[in-house]
Design a protein around this ligand. Sequence first.
Ligand code: RAT
Ligand code: ZN
Length: 442
Amino acid sequence: MEDINLTLENVASIVQHALLHQPITDMHTHLYPPTFGTPVPNRTGHTDTSGLMLWGIDQTLTYHYLVAEVFRVVPATQLPFEAFWKMTVTQQADHIWKTLFVQRTPISEACRGVLTLLERLGLDPNEKTLDSYRRFFSQQNPDDYINRVMELSGVNSITMTNPVFDDNERQRWLGMANRGPDARFKAVLRIDPILRDYPTAARRLHEWGYAVEPQPSAQSMAEVRRFLGEWLDRQQAIYIAISLPPEWTYPLGPGTTDAAALAGQTMLEQAVLPVCRQRKLPLAMMIGSRLRVQPQLRDAGDMVGRADVSAVVNLCLRHPENKFLITMLARENQHELCVAARKFGNLMIFGCWWFLNNPSLIEEITRMRLELLGTSFIPQHSDARVLDQLLYKWPHSRACIQRALTDKYRDLLHTGLRLTQSQVQRDVRLLLADNFKDFLAR
Ligand code: RAT
Ligand code: ZN
């Protein structure tokens, strides 16, 4: 087929078309296949309240981003936290719908997202109650519905987050021995306690039969390496991941006496990084989350804090044989992180994480990354916790990437450079899929 030359007139539609037709590898989500159970009743009437595959209107509306927003409007002085958490998911969803969507204009990004996904499913977002949406979801088979959502959102590979220190998650893996993996989903070994809270991790590992000691001794390191290796094999994980607080730094200062921080650094250097090197797996570090600042909000109670980019620089410099996938939560860190990525081939920056996953910020950050890094970064991941969220998070992000890219191609056209549709397609393939795949394969 003949290639089409880009012009100032056709560039916007060519970029839009390329983005829409490029299958997305979503490299960080909290989604699961049906084999991990689902708390929503399906056609066979089965309900598994601890199930991990979240989907449907009630889960969508009780997303922690919306829980935070509903408590701003009906504060805990009117509806105490304990009373909210005692409600069923259905009651919580009704409360959130009435408060944020019927009585107010649903203008926030998390609210708008729900409207986008309803519209994508052919549902009218103007309903005053959730009855008709619930009817729609009760008619879906979870397994088929995954295919439908993936097709509608343009996602062809979903990367999970599999926190091995979560008992529910761990038990499900252990009970799954004879079941084959779901080809639509890839696993990621998430190990936060090993670096964030070594004493707890050591105790749990000991309970699970690893000869790990309360101190990060040589024996403990060897056992943590054995544990990581066994779980990487079990999950067939494609990378190891952790999230870290804003205070996280590397290396620790010479006067550091904080035993947990010292143990975390030892485990990073002597267990996690060696295993990653040996298996050629990246370590994904998500930096800047301060957990449970408002504990009564549970998952909605976490905060952002400005972190230390020089810790990332030191890490990449001292461990050139390791690969790091890095995202940071604070807007204030984005420029410095981008400059750091210019220095290190083993540093791949990814996504506009959590509180940055808003159109104004995605667009600003993507424009800056294109200017500083060309096409050598991963612009976005969905972080979806509820399957249906793929139906809004990707279209909203795609629109931002589209505007940023279109303007950059226009700038190039003004220089007299000739550009074609297939070049745009190649760039978009790098951004939405191949930069991640190539980094894994490196
Ligand atoms: O974005 C979120 O839903 C957060 O609660 C976290 O899960 C975060 O994305 C993480 O992976 O730690
Ligand atoms: Zn996440």
